[in-house]
Ligand binder design. Structure first.
Ligand code: NDP
Length: 273
């Protein structure tokens, strides 16, 4: 179990992840392993921050001289208002996940972290499931990279809205025909829920990619059809590595970070970045 604390009781440290809940976050283990591999004497902790208290918590951490904060569910939108400087992409997707506390500046490393995990994958047609916070960032990033994107969501209106924003097509059924990437950004995997995909229609060489960290029903079904599968661990490492590189200007030790979360990951699939 990751040690975590409420923001009023935040310990003296250098970096933190804030969220609600935050006790299952893998970021402390991952970042601590990175600093150790880099021979840097930094401390990274998980801090519980309730909705509506993000600005007060960040002010407090700034007074304690924290350098950087990662922001996880559900605060990626709320934290934007605290930042004095954010880039266009953060504004477009309304999500910040990495903050330089001293400069009150924020970026989003989820999208580029995700794209890094697709290195070598040919741009084509993608079917994306979900229209939540991570979907917003990833949909925009995929379209920017030239992917033709089809968007399905349990609540269809949200898929229509997101599709309009990013230049994708909203679809009523999650039909994978013709898609070389089938991407699950829903949190259905956290509850073990099945998604309404007809896997018989999937292309044989398609990649099934789930942002969750383990063997979800989505990935197991895809494996059953012989598809290549990817889970969310490499993306977790990449977004964390990009945070470190932005904060410290050094190359992040990705293998050490991956090894740390693989070694400490508890059973179950409820962890988050
Ligand atoms: P949000 O809460 O913003 O969005 C959740 C989405 O999942 C919505 O589209 C929602 O649909 C859909 N959904 C929820 N339950 C079901 C269900 N039972 N069946 C079908 N659809 C469902 O979450 P995020 O976008 O922030 O996170 C989504 C997932 O991605 C989580 O599993 C999270 O852990 C993971 N993640 C992983 C990262 C990584 O680094 N690997 C980074 C960020 C997130 P509706 O609109 O109908 O409610």
């Amino acid at each position: 179990m990751t040690p975590f604390t409420s923001w009023q009781d935040a310990p003296k440290a250098d970096f933190a992840v804030i969220g609600d809940p935050v006790d299952h976050s893998l970021s402390p283990q991952m970042h601590t392993a990175a600093y150790k591999a880099l021979d840097l004497d930094y401390k990274y902790v998980a801090i519980h921050v309730p909705v509506g208290e993000v600005a007060a918590a960040l002010d407090h951490l700034r007074e304690l001289d924290y350098r950087g904060v990662n922001v996880t569910v559900p605060h990626k939108g709320e934290a934007i208002a605290w930042c004095a400087h954010v880039g266009d992409f953060v504004q477009q997707v309304q999500a910040v996940n990495t903050i330089d506390v001293r400069r009150k500046s924020g970026i989003n490393t989820d999208a580029n972290g995700f794209l890094a995990t697709l290195d070598g994958v040919k741009v084509g047609t993608a079917l994306m499931l979900g229209a939540g916070g991570s979907a917003r960032a990833l949909a925009r990033a995929l379209v920017r990279e030239g992917w033709t994107l089809r968007l399905w969501n349990r609540t269809p209106e949200r898929a229509t809205e997101l599709a309009g924003l990013v230049g994708a097509t909203a679809v009523e059924t999650a039909d994978p025909t013709g898609a070389s990437l089938i991407l699950n950004t829903t949190s259905a995997s956290l509850t073990g829920d099945e998604l309404p995909i007809d896997w018989n229609k999937a292309e044989k060489d398609a990649i099934a990619y789930d942002l969750a960290y383990g063997d979800s029903p989505f990935l197991l079904a895809a494996q059953g059809k012989g598809l290549t599968t990817m889970n969310g661990l490499p993306m977790l490492v990449e977004q964390g590595a990009l945070s470190i590189e932005w904060w410290l200007g050094v190359r992040a030790p990705r293998p050490a970070m991956l090894a740390a979360i693989q070694a400490t990951r508890p059973s179950g699939d409820k962890e988050q970045g």
